[in-house]
Design a protein around this ligand. Sequence first.
Ligand SMILES: [Fe+2]
Ligand SMILES: [Fe+2]
Length: 177
Amino acid sequence: MDNFFANLPEGHVLKTFYLEHEIILKTLKEISELNDRIQNIQSIDSAVPELKKLQYQATRLTDSEPHHQREENALFSIMIERGMGGPPTVMTMEHVTIREYKHKLKDISVNYNGLSWEEVKTKINSLSIGICQMLGNHIQKENTILYPMAHQGIPEESVWQEMRKKCDEIGYCSFTP
Ligand SMILES: [Fe+2]
Ligand SMILES: [Fe+2]
């Protein structure tokens, strides 16, 4: 674990975000590997087991919605109040695109009837590559820029406690450790 996160106490808002990122990154790796396998399958009938796995992994991604909600409504809002509005604004815009990709990927893994296998594969390929790049970069920026900036710019322990309460109210992901 990165030193910055290793030094945060258990249950710190930023540490929970970081641990969730680690799980999201694993899911992205699974999706990338599944996509590679799917691209080599010749017919929709023999692809059904892999499509089921894709549906499962894409659902794990859509399950990360409370993570984005907590970022936006507990952390980013305070950063904006404190004059650190740039990075949170960019990250919030990225959440919109990321949401769209996640839902489209989940959708194509289930609703593929009426499309040719080539069309399904092409869609899965571009959505998988798109979400892996976009969400991978997004996580990297939050881990290395936004979270350390928030930690430095918000020195009061009491404010982090308030954020923690707000996070508890919003709720966690099915996979939050
Ligand atoms: Fe985010
Ligand atoms: Fe995040």
